[in-house]
Ligand binder design. Sequence first.
Ligand code: C2E
Ligand code: CA
Ligand code: CA
Length: 393
Amino acid sequence: MNLAQPILIVEDHDFQRRILARLLDALGARQVLEAENGRAALALLDAGHAPGLVICDLDMPEMDGMAFIRHLGERLPDVPVIIASALDPALLGSVAKMADAYGVRLLGVLEKPVTRVHLAQLIAAGDGERPRRVMSPMPSFTLEEIEAGIRNHEFVPFFQPKLDMKNGALAGAEALARWRHPAQGIVAPYGFILTLEQAGRIDALTFLMLEQAAHAARRLREAGLDITVSVNLSTTSLADVTLADRVTQIVTACGVEPKHMVLEITETAAMTALAPALENLTRLRMKGFGLSIDDYGTGFASLAQLARVPFTELKIDQGFVTGCSENPNAHVIVEASLALARGLKLRTVAEGIETQADWDALRALACDLAQGYFIARPMDEAAFVAFARGQPK
Ligand code: C2E
Ligand code: CA
Ligand code: CA
């Protein structure tokens, strides 16, 4: 337990603060700093105090816990925080997400009245040094480097399985771009997608991915796997009315029928009223491609906007799926999304299933397909074939 560094208590209630200070003393804390609200706590930081841990109430006058966490994230993002609060669990969930978004490491929540055992457990949780999450990964590659990689065909699809939740059978795979960088190893999409999109140069990657995914789809079908392969389309690509025909050409040239491929488009893209986007999507559907609404729940698409495009599938964003068994608000959103999808006669996919509990919750809600680390991470084609052999037919 790291009690050698000062511990800062931010709590407006004198009695509660006293109790916490006494508990910390009893646990062997070297120094306990006390502040009665966020502003007073900031003043302590300004005066040069450097706590190794902050225990913070949420509801306080002058500067509440949320504002203090934001300031802490700006000044001392490496200092872990324990929230001590009597608020209801749904609200605590939002606070945890907020803290994460501000780059603050939340060790956990202490419910009041605070007990010594629980406090000790949370402080101990802070001992395991966790690599800090990279908040805004530096796009360490230039556009020129990325485009050279595309020309050299260094980009390959990895495949993440989608399982039928009724019987666990393999139903499909999502192709996710990976850069086999000659020096850096496997590079994930955040290292290159945004750079390409912002430069208006994503199409070359899209077509390369599409072609390789279609080739893989043909090989997988030849190996006896009756599954669909999904590919991600960028919103920016939809503005060009020739997209649908080029996509169709690439896929059919690989010997694959469009009905065995699904194109995933983010919910935000589905909202664009852009005539060319609608023309492309309608044409792709007419050719037989499946069309999936990706990241559903992160945009604000209206029912009318969703109904306008002939979608075949709805993927609920992992932000709601992961942990939905424990988070009542997320659970409600997932349930409502599934009802909406059913009403629109769309196949439903839950993405981001990380635990048995998430799987059970989604299955109980009769979601059609599941995708997530609980089943498998994205993998190269050979590993995917091996995975497929191990699944029930
Ligand atoms: P996405 O389309 O939402 O893809 C799902 C992402 O969630 C993948 O990240 C996948 O590895 C990750 N994921 C799957 N299951 C879980 C889980 O249980 N827990 C967690 N925490 N994550 C899970 P990845 O491969 O890093 O891709 C990130 C994004 O990059 C994709 O998000 C997609 O928007 C974009 N992307 C990937 N490949 C392509 C591509 O070929 N073209 C375009 N335009 N975008 C792509
Ligand atoms: Ca996707
Ligand atoms: Ca997604």
